[in-house]
Design a binder for this molecule. Structure first.
Ligand code: DC
Length: 217
């Protein structure tokens, strides 16, 4: 079974997707982590973010692995190296949407996501899972929340990761990414027609998980 969970940054998507996967004993595939891993590679190799040809080359030459640990955490490996923490750094968040809008990069990642998704029952979260990656997914959800709530959740999450980032910087980052992610030509952030829309603004994580599980069952 394939469960697709899409939505904008900060809506609680990945937390919910991870918990649903854990409860159902499914694999969890964080597709945003894949775009982040490629962004890390580009920055570490000194590739200019505007140099699409080199970024496409890096995407084709990358070995990205997602490993589900038994304790419910996800390990992200890039070319054999654990990059789970590095991909959450602000420098990655700043450029990831610019890299994710490149058509050939998306083709590469979508191919990989389909390969991962065919390994068994899984929950995938991202922006285009229900529309492009698995349009035939068994269940589709679009997880959303009011912009101010998303900013405040993401801010708290980053502070929890030890990043000293201001509220306004998070607000600006989400605004930029929302714009780039939803206006790009290929695989834009969009609710699939047959996805269940879940507004999480006034819900706790447990309430969202219960709601999503009730639709799945
Ligand atoms: O979910 P996230 O914030 O970790 O995702 C990082 C970026 O990756 C996001 O701004 C857009 C991009 N992304 C995408 O374009 N398509 C996906 N399926 C997942 C993420």
């Amino acid at each position: 079974m394939i469960i697709a969970i899409d939505g904008p940054a900060g809506a609680g998507k990945s937390t919910v997707a991870k918990l649903i996967a854990q409860k159902l004993g499914f694999l969890y595939i964080d597709t945003g982590a894949m775009y982040r891993a490629l962004t890390l590679k580009a920055l570490d190799e000194g590739i200019d973010i505007g140099d699409s040809a080199r970024i496409i080359g890096a995407a084709r030459a990358s070995d990205i692995e997602l490993i589900n640990n038994h304790n419910g955490t996800l390990k992200v490996k890039l070319d054999g190296k654990d990059v789970s923490l590095a991909i959450r750094e602000p420098r990655i968040t700043r450029f990831v949407s610019d890299i994710a809008k490149i058509k050939e990069v998306r083709e590469c990642m979508v191919t990989l996501q389909r390969k991962f998704g065919r390994k068994g029952d899984c929950v995938l979260d991202g922006r285009d899972i229900g529309t492009v990656v698995f349009p035939d997914a068994d269940k589709k959800f679009y997880i959303d929340a009011a912009f101010s709530e998303r900013v405040s959740r993401r801010h708290k999450e980053l502070l929890g990761l030890g990043q000293k980032i201001g509220f306004q910087d998070v607000e600006q980052d989400l605004k930029n990414r929302d714009t780039i992610d939803s206006t790009r030509a290929v695989g834009p952030l969009k609710k699939a027609d047959d996805a269940v829309y879940v507004d999480t603004t006034d819900l706790t994580i447990d309430e969202v998980v219960a709601k999503v599980l009730s639709y799945i069952k």
